[in-house]
Design a protein. Structure first.
Length: 317
């Protein structure tokens, strides 16, 4: 039924800690600069799916020999000097493809930070079902480098550490009901860079807007109170994001992401009205519904309902 869920963050005290740079893999590390290596290493695990984020203050060389069938999609989050993986020169927000059973060799010349997503190739159709080229295993069978668009890519590079930090702070948010949402939110941070780096896809098909929207609402109704990510809808209903966006704008005047945010706000309000401060907290309910920036969530909530979520929580008391 539920997936095994895990969130862990810790301090690095020496290069040896980077042997676990990617959850589920062993990485050989050699330090390239003088000085004590310090940094942080965090892991989020959702079943066989994992996100690892590391940051360190000195240059290192990393080598990994894969003996399993897991795909790794990496992103360089920040770098103070040159970073290379194989023959690829990396810039912040660039995405790296490390296929199963492929040896990896990376050089971080100075302080850097990275993210690494690791999952089974068999999960591609579920994770990228709304983008056929990304769901195709052939896209990921060769080591590759996707150059990031400065705006789109950096948005993902900023968001990944935010997701880890907030899930580490509120581990209960990574529940069975919300885990699928957070998995898709993590993947969404690398998806734009992969898509913009692939050749344009000129094929598209847009069903009637009203029928499409009804299908989406039926799916949301069946999902109940759990948060649903826009990529899950696209995957399950076999829709492109462009088609979904056009249909929602035609029917509601807002895009699907905004619509889903409104729906999650309404779910949160219902939960808070039926709860007391002794039973739950605003932070816990918000995180379980996919909001990680709690200040912004509070602004969204007040703008929609005319009161702060803490006021709603106190209502039942």
């Amino acid at each position: 039924m539920g997936q095994h869920l895990m969130v862990h963050s810790g301090e690095l005290d020496g290069f040896e800690g980077l042997h676990d740079a990617v959850k589920g893999s062993h990485v050989e590390v050699m330090q390239l600069e003088r000085g004590k290596l310090r940094g942080t290493l965090s892991h989020v695990g959702i079943g066989d799916f994992s996100l690892s984020i590391g940051a360190f203050n000195v240059g290192v060389r990393t080598q990994r020999t894969s003996a399993d069938d897991k795909l790794i999609i990496g992103m360089l989050l920040n770098a103070t000097d040159r970073v290379t993986h194989w023959a690829f020169d990396m810039q912040p927000a660039d995405v790296l493809v490390i296929p199963p059973s492929v040896e990896h060799d990376g050089v971080f010349h100075k302080a850097s930070s990275y993210a690494a997503i690791r999952f089974d190739m068999a999960d591609l159709p579920d994770i990228f079902g709304d983008e056929p080229r990304l769901a195709d295993a052939e896209t990921w069978h060769a080591k590759n480098h996707f150059r990031a668009d400065p705006t789109l890519g950096m948005a993902g590079a900023v968001r990944l550490p935010q997701i880890v930090a907030h899930l580490a702070r509120y581990p209960d948010a990574l529940s069975d009901t919300s885990s699928e949402f957070w998995k898709r939110a993590i993947i969404d941070c690398v998806r734009p860079t992969a898509m913009t780096s692939l050749p344009p896809d000129g094929t598209s098909y847009l069903p009637s807007a009203m029928k499409l929207v009804r299908d989406v609402e039926d799916y949301l109704h069946a999902a109940g109170a759990r948060p649903v990510h826009v990529s899950e809808i696209c995957t399950e209903l076999r829709l492109s994001r462009r088609s979904l966006h056009r249909a929602f704008h035609e029917v509601f005047g807002v895009g699907p992401v905004t619509f889903l945010r409104y729906k999650r706000l309404c779910v949160i309000r219902s939960i808070l009205r039926e709860s007391t401060p002794e039973q739950t907290t605003v932070s816990k309910v918000a995180i379980e519904q996919g909001f990680i920036e709690l200040g912004r969530f509070s602004q969204y909530y007040r703008a929609m309902f005319g009161e702060y979520p803490s006021q709603t929580l106190g209502y039942a008391g």
